[in-house]
Ligand binder design. Structure first.
Ligand code: ATP
Ligand code: MG
Length: 183
């Protein structure tokens, strides 16, 4: 599945609506220090369900909302939408036949967080379930940061296994089994 577009509004330094299209097979984001490159990666992880403020380089979950600058007042809502190309039908279930999948998350200053799948309000779990086993997810191998490779090399066999199971696409079934057993 290819990420086609990211749309940000009120998210970290992206206060105005910003659309970033990824039309080519290979895209690179370049720019001077502090221009917002890592904020874009944070946005992807956030939409896919990241629930740790620390992993988004903040102290609280509302730190992702634009908090003002010398020339702009803070805003009250942050929203990010990811549009994936699903023309290869990689997603299982009811979304398999959709050419495009839109995943959106919004948060307001009071901490209320909402998720949307193709425009329909949904739970965080609907998003994580949908992408489980595709390699996408807030902490999956789709996002490789500084230090990820060495962490992988040095990880314990049981942690390494989690990565391999995600790559093999079986983590979704293991999760289902765990849910059933806990019922
Ligand atoms: P580097 O090349 O140093 O890694 P970068 O391009 O990755 O830089 P980011 O870390 O993405 O830069 O962006 C940092 C900028 O985002 C800082 O100027 C910071 O003030 C701004 N920023 C982060 N959170 C917010 C927020 N909630 N509101 C406004 N600005 C924010
Ligand atoms: Mg950076």
């Amino acid at each position: 599945m290819r990420l086609k577009q990211i749309k940000l509004a009120g998210f970290k330094s992206f206060v105005d609506v910003t659309k970033i299209p990824f039309e080519q097979q290979l895209s690179a984001i370049i720019g001077p220090n502090g221009c917002g490159k890592s904020n874009i990666i944070d946005a992807v992880r956030w939409v896919l369900g990241e629930s740790s403020a620390k992993n988004l380089r903040g102290d609280s979950m509302t730190d992702v909302i634009f908090n003002g600058s010398s020339v702009r007042r803070p805003v009250s809502v942050a929203g990010v939408e990811l549009v994936f190309d699903n023309s290869l039908g990689r997603l299982a279930g009811q979304y398999a036949s959709y050419q495009e999948i839109s995943v959106k998350r919004q948060v307001s200053r009071d901490g209320d967080s909402f998720y949307f799948l193709n425009g329909q309000k949904c739970r965080r779990k609907d998003i994580t379930d949908l992408f489980m086993g595709t390699g996408l997810g807030p902490r999956s191998y789709a996002i490789i940061e500084q230090g990820t490779i060495s962490r992988l090399i040095e990880s314990r066999p049981q942690d390494l296994r989690v990565f391999i199971e995600e790559a093999a696409g079986i983590s979704r079934y293991k999760e289902r089994r765990k849910e059933t057993e806990n019922r």
